[in-house]
Design a protein around this ligand. Structure first.
Ligand code: PXP
Length: 258
């Protein structure tokens, strides 16, 4: 059996900026949180520069790129403005997400199948600058196939619907969403895509999904920052890493069902 790859943890620090912005000023500093996350075992840091700058600012992105010792994953809408910022800042990775101003968070996946003509040149520009591009999509076969066809090397599967079903105790929906994710990551891997996942993950769901050996990175924000209020970022991230390691051990044992 081929070796199961290490499962990376990307910590999304947007919510630290949300708290800072509630009062203006500089505290709490998302760059400090990013450094703490890395010290606690994060493999990288993710930040979403939204078009309305509601949390992360342009200056945060510049400071993250200059000051952190691990890869920066810039989450961004596929717009000319954001592509220009990415080309200037040169993050290690850019995750293209759909963005609607009225949404509370990134609510759905990118429509790659319908937006191919617009996405292809942007992906090309980012890749040309040696920025690793991922597309945040639902585990939908047509979107996964479109992501491979449009030239993205990486996809991030949107786990929100599965996580919400788990949180709501809707076992039937959770099971069907889980099967959609499991089939989707297998399809993606068979098409040569690198597979990441994220949205709504907590200790339990991260442990479960870590058992899918095709997935090599999880990006997690809301739960980690929320839990850090109670036990601190260091302990939260270490506990998350242990959950992911337990899940990965199940992958090694050949189990991948919750
Ligand atoms: N991945 C992507 C592409 C996202 O948009 C988000 C939310 O910003 C996350 C991961 C993290 O989701 P959560 O904050 O629910 O852990």
């Amino acid at each position: 059996m081929p070796a199961i790859p290490h499962l990376r943890l990307g910590v999304n620090i947007d919510h630290v900026a949300t708290i800072r912005n509630a009062r203006g000023g500089r505290h709490p500093d998302p760059v400090r949180a990013a450094k703490l996350a890395i010290a606690a075992g994060a493999d990288g840091v993710t930040a979403h520069l939204r078009e309305d700058r509601r949390h992360i600012s342009d200056d945060d992105i510049a400071r993250l790129k200059a000051e952190i010792a691990k890869p920066l994953n810039l989450e961004m809408a596929a717009t000319a403005e954001m592509v220009a910022i990415a080309l200037r800042t040169h993050p290690n990775a850019a995750c293209l997400v759909p963005e609607r101003r009225a949404e509370r968070t990134t609510e759905g996946g990118l429509d790659v199948a319908g937006g191919r003509a617009d996405l292809a040149p942007k992906i090309g520009e980012l890749r040309g600058a040696n920025i690793r591009v991922s597309l945040f999509i639902a585990a939908d076969p047509s979107q996964i196939e479109a992501a491979a066809a449009v030239g993205a090397p990486v996809i991030e599967i949107h786990t929100g619907a599965w996580c919400h079903a788990l949180a709501d105790g809707n076992a039937g929906l959770a099971d069907s969403e889980w099967r959609r994710i499991r089939e989707g990551v297998r399809l993606a891997k068979s098409l040569g895509l690198e597979v990441h996942a994220g949205h709504g993950l907590d200790y339990a769901s991260a442990e479960t999904i870590a058992a899918l050996p095709e997935i090599v990175e999880l990006n997690i924000g809301h739960f980690l920052v929320g839990e850090a209020v109670f036990v601190g970022l260091d302990e939260t991230i270490k506990t998350m890493r242990h959950a992911m390691m337990r899940g990965r051990a199940r992958a090694t044992a050949g189990e991948n069902r919750p």
